[in-house]
Write a protein that binds this ligand. Structure first.
Ligand code: SF4
Length: 307
C-alpha cells in the first residue's frame, strides 16, 4: 500500500527509526522560520482545521501496524505544524490505544496557549517543542510568525503545558549565527527555558539546507559553550548517526519520499536504509537527471533536496 500521510521510518537524530505522520498540506505552519528545511513559505496559517482527514490517517496507521509495525517512535511532524490539524489528538489517542510504540509530537508550540491543544498534546508519550527567541522582536526575526501568534502566548502556552503534561517534555533551541548565538541573548533564552522546566534541553543548529542562506550554523565548539548557559547544561545534538533498518529495499521512489520530508546526505540515506552507499548512488543520478532532486553543499557535506 502506498501511504499518503505516513512516511518513513526516517532517520532521526535522537529518536531512532521514526514513522512520520503528516497532518498538514506542505508547509502549513504558523511560523516561517529562517532555518526551515522545508523552504520559505508564501503564507503562514494560524487557523486550526482538519487539514487532512483523520479517519484516513487512522486507516493508514491500522494498515501499517498490521503489515509492518516496526519503528522506535510514531512521530507527528512532517511538512507543517501538526497541532494546526484539529484532529491531531484523535491520532495520538489511536496510537496510545493500539500499539506499544511511543508517540512523539514535534511542535513549534504556537498553539499550546489553547487549552484544547494542551489537552490533545498531553496524550503523546514525548513532546518536543522548538524555540529560539527571547522576545517578540527576536521571534519575528528568527521565526517570522503569523500575525495571530505572539511570543507572550508562546511562552505562557509552554509553561501551562508543562504543568499539565506528565510525559517527557523536550525543548530544542535552534541556534543561528548572528541571530541568537550571542551568549547575552542565549542567557535570556536559558532563563525562559528554566521557567518552562522541560525534562531535557537540546541545542541544534542549521546543519541542513535552510529556507534562507543567512541561516548560518554555529560551530560545535560554540554550541558546547552556549550549552553551559543552561541549568542544567543543555545537550548539544551531535551530527546524525544513522539507525539501520535491516532488509530495507532501495528504489528511487523510496529515496524521493525520504528527501521530500528532509534533505539528507547519501551517507545518511544509506545509514537509515541499512545499505551500502553504493546502493544509494545507483538511484541518485536518475533522480538528479529527472530534476526530482538537486544537490546543496553545506560545509563539507552534500545534501540532496527534493525539488
Ligand atoms: S521549522 Fe518548523 S516551525 Fe519553523 S517554519 Fe518550518 S515547519 Fe514551521
Amino acid at each position: 500500500m502506498k501511504y499518503k500521510y505516513l512516511f518513513g521510518p526516517v532517520p532521526s537524530r535522537r529518536f531512532g527509526r521514526s514513522l512520520g505522520v503528516d497532518l498538514t498540506p506542505f508547509k502549513t505552519c504558523s511560523l516561517n522560520c529562517i532555518f526551515c528545511q522545508l523552504g520559505r513559505s508564501d503564507a503562514t496559517a494560524a487557523d486550526r482545521s482538519e487539514y487532512v482527514p483523520v479517519n484516513e490517517v487512522i486507516a493508514e496507521l491500522e494498515h501499517w501496524l498490521a503489515h509492518d509495525g516496526v519503528a522506535d517512535f510514531i512521530t507527528l511532524s512532517g511538512s507543517g505544524e501538526p497541532t494546526l490539524n484539529s484532529g491531531f489528538g484523535d491520532i495520538l489517542a489511536f496510537i496510545k490505544e493500539n500499539t506499544q510504540i511511543p508517540s512523539l509530537l514535534m511542535t513549534n508550540g504556537t498553539m499550546l496557549h489553547l487549552p484544547e491543544v494542551r489537552k490533545a498534546a498531553a496524550q503523546a508519550s514525548v513532546v518536543k517543542v522548538s524555540m529560539g527567541a527571547w522576545d517578540q522582536a527576536s521571534f519575528e526575526k528568527l521565526n517570522r510568525p503569523d500575525s495571530a501568534v505572539s511570543f507572550a502566548d508562546l511562552l505562557q502556552g509552554e509553561k501551562d503545558f508543562r504543568k499539565e503534561f506528565s510525559g517527557e517534555l523536550r525543548l530544542e533551541v535552534f541556534v543561528v549565527d548572528g541571530v541568537n548565538a550571542d551568549p547575552v541573548d542565549m542567557q535570556k533564552i536559558a532563563a525562559f527555558v528554566k521557567e518552562v522546566a522541560p525534562d531535557k534541553v537540546q541545542l541544534n543548529t542549521a546543519v541542513r539546507p535552510a529556507a534562507e542562506d543567512d541561516a548560518v550554523a554555529v560551530s560545535a565548539e560554540a554550541l558546547n559553550e552556549l550549552a553551559l548557559l543552561f541549568d542544567p547544561p543543555a545537550e548539544v545534538i551531535a551530527s546524525f548517526s544513522g539507525v539501520k533498518i535491516e532488509g530495507s529495499k532501495v528504489n528511487s521512489d523510496k529515496l524521493l519520499d525520504m528527501l521530500r520530508r528532509r534533505p539528507c546526505t547519501a551517507l545518511q540515506m544509506a545509514d537509515v536504509l541499512g545499505v551500502h552507499i553504493n546502493e544509494i548512488s545507483k538511484y541518485l543520478p536518475e533522480l538528479l537527471t529527472a530534476g526530482s532532486v538537486h544537490r546543496e553543499e553545506r560545509g563539507a557535506e552534500v545534501f540532496f533536496v527534493a525539488v
